[in-house]
Every structure is written in structure tokens, then in C-alpha cells.
Design a protein around this ligand. Structure first.
Ligand code: FHN
Length: 369
């Protein structure tokens, strides 16, 4: 089927930046923002959804949430300590929320007043994190939510001409913010898009396609998964011809492909929460918390199916991690110290899981077979 905004490449990227991505094996996700202050609670009540979505709860007035920035002061935030913890855990890449759906920017954005400089903390948080992780040898990816509840020009759908006019302004704003991020933080290896499921964005395939090309020109080697674009018909991830629109498949959220055929032979990563659901800090973790052992098994499974595995952390409003996360990171790190050879640079060995465990293959083990 002829498509103007479908996949522009069939098959995998094979350049050095993408090969490096493919070799990571283990990654870390960090969700940090205004929602970290509340930890899922407001006025003695507990929100049962994911804590970073609390602004959408009808019991919490938007006005209250949007004024939380006045209390945002992660005084114990220590980017070097965050990087050290990630290093010990053995992660090769980290994805940091620069702006979640609430629209609050952790960097001093010229394009939105709803940003870190207006808080009691005042200082940029993204730059110090980028530099600390980069210095520790951990590649940095920036999470960016296109959907922005704070911007008046954001639309869920484009029903009227006025909607389109507002949304065009929103597109320019989005492009400006992304340009700003890549300019301020040139160490960035890739962008992790989110909040791209609404009709307004799905109708904007021409724009997301041109944005993708623009960002890659601005920042050669940049890696962007399949959550950014939509094709001519509003298909996401895969175009109407079934081809992946992105450098890797980004649809594996809190789920892992059942077997190799489910990956369609694409690059992919799985992002996983430690609790049942919820990415930002929640005072109470509801449901089952995955043990380090369970997470390690998931990691082995992902790598055995040619994917990377990314574990999410949600630091508290003061900038420190809950003990459970610190212990989880440490135990995974202890396991990685012994077994990293089966994870870094490793992938599908041609065998599905056997009763005694997973197989992964590296170039070295491949040579010795
Ligand atoms: O709505 C978000 C959610 O809060 C979280 O950021 C996850 C991470 O993959 N992404 C969205 C849901 O797909």
C-alpha cells in the first residue's frame, strides 16, 4: 500500500549507535516530577491509579496539582549518587522523564513557565543528571510526553478549525522544546516519546514524520522508538503495511513477548515497573512487588529474545529512593557482576526457554559453538 508517512526503512538500523543500543541488555527508567511529592495520596485519600496520573483524579482539583511546583524542592537530590546506584546495578542506559503528561519541565525551558526554575529548588535537574550518568558510562535517553495537560493548545482531537490552529501552535511548541533539550544536553543518545496515542496526534502523521527526520538531522545517531509517529491512516508503531515506524519497537510496556516470533525479529525493549503498576513514587505499593529474582528472570527472558530490559524507579519528592528500590538495585547488581556476560552484547541464541533456563548468545559464544 503506498504510504507517505509510513516506515522509511525495512529491517534494522545497523549503524554503530544502534549496535550500541542493541548491546545494552539492562536499562533503568526514572519517573520523577511533581507527582513524586504526593506519592499517590491527597487529603488523606489514596489514588488507586498510577501515581504520576494523580492529576487526572476527580478528587484532586487541577488547581491544587498545578500549584505543587511551589513545594517542589528535592533537596537531597544527588545525581552522582543516582548514577552510582545505576552503575552498581549494571545498567548501560537510563531514560529520564524530562516532562511527563502534567507538563512540568525538569529543565529550565524557555518555552514553558511551568518549569523547575519556578520552584524553591530553582536549578536545572536534567543537566546534572545527564552529566552524572554520562560520566559513569551510562548512556542517557530523554523521556518526553507529547501530551501536555498544562498547555492550553494541547488537544485530544481536532474537531474544529480552531482546534487545528491551536494544535499547530502546540506542534511548534513541541518542536521548540525538543530542539532545546537536544541543544542543552548534547550527550543525549535518544528520545523516549510518550503520550502519543490521542486522535490529534494520530491525525498528525505528516508532522511526526517530519519531526523525526528533523531531530535526527539535528542530532546524528539519535535513537527514537516506535512511539513517536503515526502513518497516513493513524496507525502507530507499525504502519499499514506492517513495517515498524521507529528504530525499535516500543510497545512492550509491562509485558514481555511470549516467544521470538512475537518480536517479529525487530529490535525492542521492555519497560517494567517493580510494583504491579505505577511509575512515579507511590507511598504505598499496591499488589505484588516483583522480587529481584523475578526481575532477573525477566531480564534473562528479554535478552534471550533479543530485547533490552528496563526497570523503572520512582524516587521520592525529596530526591531519594525508597529502601525497597535501593535493595532491588543492589541485588540485581550483585547478580550482574557474576553473570553480565550472558546479558551485555547478548541476544537470541535460536532456542526458546528450556525447563532449566534461558539461552543467550554473544559474538564470543557464537564463535565457540
Ligand atoms: O502514561 C504513561 C505512564 O505514566 C508511564 O510513563 C509509562 C511508561 O512507559 N508510559 C505511559 C503509558 O504508556
Amino acid at each position: 500500500m503506498p504510504l507517505k508517512y509510513g516506515a522509511h526503512r525495512i529491517g534494522k538500523r545497523t549503524d554503530p549507535d544502534m549496535n550500541r543500543w542493541r548491546d545494552y541488555g539492562l536499562g533503568e527508567f526514572i519517573h520523577f516530577g511533581l507527582y513524586s511529592i504526593l506519592g499517590g495520596d491527597y487529603n488523606g485519600m489514596h489514588y488507586n491509579g498510577a501515581s504520576e496520573w494523580i492529576r487526572s483524579w476527580n478528587k484532586l482539583p487541577h488547581e491544587v496539582y498545578d500549584n505543587l511546583y511551589k513545594k517542589f524542592n528535592p533537596k537531597d537530590f544527588d545525581p552522582e549518587a543516582w548514577a552510582k546506584m545505576a552503575k552498581q546495578m549494571g545498567v548501560k542506559y537510563v531514560t529520564i522523564t524530562t516532562k511527563h503528561h502534567d507538563g512540568f519541565c525538569l529543565w529550565p525551558s524557555k518555552f514553558s513557565d511551568f518549569n523547575i526554575t519556578k520552584t524553591p529548588y530553582k536549578k536545572d535537574m536534567i543537566g546534572p543528571m545527564v552529566r552524572a550518568f554520562d560520566k559513569a558510562g551510562i548512556d542517557v535517553y530523554l523521556y518526553f510526553s507529547v501530551m501536555d495537560w498544562h498547555q492550553k493548545d494541547w488537544r485530544y482531537d481536532l474537531k474544529t478549525a480552531a482546534d487545528s490552529v491551536a494544535f499547530n501552535r502546540f506542534k511548534t511548541f513541541t518542536k521548540n522544546q525538543l530542539t532545546e533539550l537536544l541543544t542543552l544536553y548534547p550527550e543525549t543518545k535518544g528520545l523516549w516519546f510518550d503520550g502519543t496515542w490521542d486522535t490529534s496526534w494520530k491525525k498528525s502523521g505528516a508532522f511526526s514524520d517530519s519531526l523525526d527526520q528533523y531531530l535526527k538531522k539535528l542530532h546524528p545517531g539519535l535513537i527514537i522508538g516506535s512511539r513517536l509517529r503515526a502513518d497516513d491512516y493513524g496507525n502507530r508503531h507499525f504502519d499499514a503495511n506492517g513495517h515498524l515506524m521507529g528504530d525499535y519497537e516500543q510497545g512492550w510496556e509491562r509485558k514481555i513477548p511470549k516467544d521470538y516470533s512475537a518480536t517479529r525479529g525487530n529490535d525492542w525493549d521492555c519497560v517494567m515497573t517493580i510494583p504491579e503498576n505505577g511509575w512515579g513514587y507511590a507511598k504505598t505499593w499496591m499488589g505484588h512487588w516483583k522480587t529481584p529474582y523475578e526481575l532477573i528472570e525477566m531480564l534473562a527472558k528479554c535478552v534471550s529474545l533479543d530485547g533490552n530490559f528496563v526497570i523503572n524507579f520512582g524516587p521520592k519528592g525529596d530526591g531519594t529512593f525508597r529502601n525497597k528500590e535501593i535493595q532491588t538495585a543492589r541485588q540485581i547488581g550483585d547478580w550482574m557482576q557474576v553473570n553480565h556476560e550472558a546479558i551485555y552484547g547478548a541476544g537470541y541464541a535460536g532456542w526458546e526457554k528450556q525447563d532449566w533456563g534461558y539461552y543467550t548468545k554473544t559474538e564470543r559464544t557464537q564463535r565457540s559453538i
